[in-house]
Design a protein around this ligand. Sequence first.
Ligand SMILES: [Zn+2]
Length: 451
Amino acid sequence: MKSIIKGGLVLLPHADDFVKLDIVVDDSGNISELGDDIAITGNEMTHVIDVTDKYIIPGLINAHAHLFASGNLSDKKPTAVVVKTIAALLQTKVGKKILTDRMKHNALTELRTGVTTIRSVGEFHYLDVKLRDDAEKEVGIYPNLLVSGFLLSITGGHGAPYLALESDSPWDGRKNVRKNVKAGVDWIKICATGGVTDARRVGEAGALQFTEEEMTAICQEAHKVNLMVAAHAQSTEGVRLALRAGVDTIEHGAAMDEEIIQLFKNNPKSYRGYSALIPTFAPAAPFTLLDPNDLKLDPITVKNAEIVYHNMITGYKQALENDIKIGVGNDASMTFVTHYDFWRELDYASQIANLKPIDVITRATAGNAEIIGLKDKIGTIEPSKMADLLILSTNPLNNLKHLTDIYCVVKSGTVVPDKNADFFEPLNALLDDIADNKLPESLNKISLEEE
Ligand SMILES: [Zn+2]
């Protein structure tokens, strides 16, 4: 027995309410026992964590994040000159050190605010691989990290040239998979279509980029070495081609037809026979719901975000209706998406589809664990799983905002040191207004238009 977490109210797998249970954690940081009022046996070294009447849920899993930026408003679309300068800086040792420190800071911010596992889907220069390796040496201090290294994209495609390895044939695509594998990634991330952040014209966000043939080669190469493939796809046709090629997750998503629905549920070329959808509402909703003039937002970005957002909502609702596996990821690092408010993505997912808090919490824990391939280790509170826990002072099943009322976060049985995260107050106010007023209003309008 390494530690015992005593007196808390625990959310067990498949349960829809809390039960009072003690949690015993072994020396390796895994849960070894759950029980009612467990006695502490013989070992004085046992650390007792008293959480009497606090609410304990599994640590949250962010299935789509990046660590390279803060998400604050100051990180708005940079000019070409700024991008070039940053890229040049990143070629230097000093530049890499600055970015690594920033990524570390952002990963810790996620952890302190309840995210105990992050699937990072695209970073610069394999700094994410290094961060993951360093983190593994400091168990209990860092979140679990799954990393993807560079994106794979076509020449001039989404994320290229600085954030992506470019290729224009099936064989060159395979080569880029091999480069990422050699560097030590856990996932392969590809860009099936253009994206909002670097689109140069309206409509580019969902425009087709890789061909089906290229993506098929990439998926084969990745699956061959037991890695799964995540595809950025922001249009119906992009989603279709990526699924036909065998990708394992569709990031963002779009409206579906029957072929697409069937491919999600039964995808013969995917690694596990199905593909999952990870919508990301947090970076898209603010562009649509805030006044672009107030914020001096780039008009092309606003228009593309609007198209993508509505398409994503349609796809998300269809996925729910058709029992497609849906994960939760917030695309942290994008403008408006900080590392300390993952709860907002759960709130969007809940409000948009009228889901109960328990449904989205389950998707962001057990559901995400399965989708990212870690269901044997994380996602639920039960013996042999990692003791990754989010312990709250108020009941999150009554209101998802209670996910911010954190008593403590436990990573592998160790209480994560509390340090004030840097909160961006003006941004928080804007986003609170969206969640409380603008989003419900806009959803009313959408459902009226549909009828
Ligand atoms: Zn992303």
